[in-house]
Write a protein that binds this ligand. Structure first.
Ligand code: NAD
Ligand code: ZN
Length: 248
């Protein structure tokens, strides 16, 4: 299907839906200057994510992994929400979107104004001591320390889900409920290869929902789980869809 036809079909599908949910991945934040794992973006050329983002690497050498975490934190705190984040927040304000399930840890949905954000992979904005369990807000911690430490002396860990760690149970439960309860899911900027987040769209289908995917390129979902795939930049496609469905 050509893109114009696909866009108008998406507008029709979203217009008809009563409970729209979104699942977002790193791709929605690329236009904010936060690189995803695959695109050319400096950070992940220096640090192999599958090495640096594995819990075993963190436990073996927290100071080493903190070099990557510190750099990611700088990128994320300097970034601003882009038109895709803002359009999803607008969709929620206008009663069309029930929740955003995000794999991102960058807080950009919340900063755009989204209220109901399910952080499937946690957040960089909080840290916890793996030893004594004390929690810290990011602003309470000296991130330049090598590594940042808890009052008890242990290296702090950001509340992001590393490879090899479980999804926070409450986020998992909310994501499952949201997926089963929606009648249309927008899947934006995710390659859908990191499980179990990659299974969320299939759950939505099992609950009877349609899936509309927005990505720069075809993914694992394209032609299978997704009823419709829109190829384009999230920062252009999402605002277009929201305005076409809800008006200016
Ligand atoms: P991913 O699996 O979510 O893949 C990124 C996808 O976004 C790719 O399919 C790519 O084609 C698409 N994309 C890139 N730019 C786009 C754009 N402008 N518009 C639409 N689609 C676009 O993410 P990943 O990089 O493979 O990372 C896997 C895990 O790491 C996920 O949990 C991810 O969220 C996390 N991560 C998070 C951040 C963040 O918090 N911003 C950044 C990097 C990685
Ligand atoms: Zn401690």
């Amino acid at each position: 299907m050509d893109q114009t036809g696909a866009l108008s079909r998406a507008v029709e599908m979203i217009g008809r839906a009563d409970r729209v949910a979104a699942l977002t991945g790193a791709g929605i934040s690329v236009e904010s200057g936060v690189p995803d794992f695959r695109g050319a973006g400096g950070l992940w050329e220096k640090y192999d994510p599958f090495e640096y983002a594995h819990i075993d690497s963190f436990q073996a050498d927290p100071a080493k992994v903190w070099h990557m975490l510190r750099e990611m934190d700088r990128i994320v705190t300097r970034a601003d929400p882009n038109p895709a984040h803002l359009a999803l927040a607008e969709m929620e304000r206008r009663g069309k979107l029930t929740a955003v399930i995000t794999q991102n840890v960058d807080s950009l949905h919340q900063r755009a104004g989204s209220q109901n954000v399910i952080e499937f992979h946690g957040s960089h904005a909080r840290l916890t001591c793996p030893e004594c369990g004390r929690g810290y807000g990011r602003e309470e911690v000296d991130l330049d320390a090598d590594p940042p430490r808890c009052g008890c002396g242990q290296a702090l860990k950001p509340d992001v889900v590393f490879f090899g760690e479980a999804i926070p149970p409450s986020a998992l439960e909310l994501a499952v409920q949201t997926a089963l309860g929606c009648d249309l899911m927008l899947v934006i900027g995710t390659s859908a290869v990191v499980a179990p987040a990659s299974m969320v769209p299939a759950l939505a289908v099992r609950g009877g929902a349609k899936v509309v995917e927005i990505n720069l390129e075809p993914t694992e979902l394209t032609g299978r789980v997704a009823d419709l795939t829109l190829l384009g930049r999230a920062g252009e496609v999402i605002p277009y869809l929201v305005e076409a469905v809800l008006g200016p």
